[in-house]
Ligand binder design. Structure first.
Ligand code: BTN
Length: 324
């Protein structure tokens, strides 16, 4: 661990060469200290070119999260948010779950440049790499109990869709319960963890990962088809993306607090890629259930017409695939 690693990466994020001497002067340390900080970056999987006589350089320029850009994009509601930008953490969700248990305030948002053990749904990992994805978690406290939050993960998908539309991201859609897809490949994912009583009050840690620019070696490590904003041709600054997402999350979460998922259900259906389409449900016991998606209930349960009639499927261990 070196406190200088991320300040140095910030300088290198322009993709240009910076000599060890210049970096040492800038941070008033020795060149050996700079070298140690670079070693730590490499341990985190950041590739740093080192060329004798020229210095250090990243393979390409990287857009690093900037607090001011986040606050500007949030706009008028910025005072509301308790924003924490971390350099490296195991998982923003795990960290914020611990902070929530210790009393972290409502609407705390934690974003990290690198997660060393990012978590996905259904026990998967969320693969991290510097500049590859935006990774953050938002703590939202509810007066109601966890039992009333069953439609929350779908509601959060609506917020992501609104933000992507505002930012001009074309062709995105939702796959139940809450994957954001482009061209059948995953652009963003949501992992919600809850704490508190079933009867209330409760707290949700809403974790979001959005692929920004996935290097080939990272794409290979992701166990499902994935895509990033850069490949879609969307060049949005990470801070603007986070601020826009937070603004829409706040709107949607307020609506959810007032009326539950019912207020967002029609909009969610309009984004659902499999609406009225044949699907295959992969059940936890290995069975395949075939049917046609007909609706989603107010608690986020998917209603699928199967050979046995209209069946209800709840998220969790079920995976949804196209049926054709
Ligand atoms: C999924 O689609 O499987 C959910 C992915 C959620 C990833 C985000 S990244 C920020 C937050 N911290 C985590 O460890 N996971 C979520």
């Amino acid at each position: 661990m070196s406190a200088l690693t991320f300040p140095i990466l910030q300088v290198l994020s322009d993709g240009k060469f910076h000599s060890g001497e210049d970096l040492a002067d800038r941070f008033a340390v020795t060149r050996a200290t700079v070298w140690n900080a670079i070693q730590h970056a490499e341990k985190l999987g950041v590739e740093v070119f080192s060329v004798r006589g020229r210095g250090y350089r990243l393979p390409q320029a990287i857009d690093m999260l900037d607090e001011q850009a986040v606050l500007t994009a949030i706009g008028e509601q910025r005072e509301w948010f308790n924003l924490q930008l971390l350099d490296e953490i195991d998982s923003t969700n795990s960290y914020l779950m611990k902070q929530a248990a210790k009393g972290a305030p409502h609407v705390t948002c934690v974003a990290a440049h690198i997660q060393t053990s990012g978590k996905g749904r259904r026990g998967r990992a969320w693969v991290s790499h510097l500049g590859a994805s935006l990774t953050f978690s938002l703590l939202w406290r509810f007066n109601c109990g966890a039992a009333a939050l069953s439609g929350l993960s779908l509601a959060v998908g609506v917020a992501l869709m609104r933000a992507f539309q505002q930012l001009g991201v074309p062709g995105v859609c939702l796959k139940w319960p809450n994957d954001v897809l482009y061209d059948n490949r995953k652009l963003a994912g949501i992992l919600i963890e809850l704490q508190g009583d079933m009867d209330g009050p409760s707290a949700a840690v809403i974790g979001v990962g959005v692929n920004l620019r996935l290097p080939e070696q990272v794409l290979k490590r992701i166990d499902q088809p994935a895509i990033d904003l850069a490949s879609i041709g969307v060049a949005v600054n990470q801070g603007e993306l986070l601020g826009t997402l937070l603004r829409h999350l706040a709107d949607v979460l307020h609506a959810f607090e007032d009326d539950g998922f019912v207020a967002l259900r029609a909009e969610w259906l309009s984004y659902h890629v499999y609406h009225n389409r044949p699907v295959r449900m992969l059940m936890p016991d290995g069975r395949d259930v075939h049917g046609t998606v007909r609706d989603v209930a107010e608690d986020g349960i998917l209603l699928v017409e199967t050979a046995l009639g209209l069946q209800r499927f709840s998220a969790g261990e079920i995976s949804l695939r196209t049926g054709v």
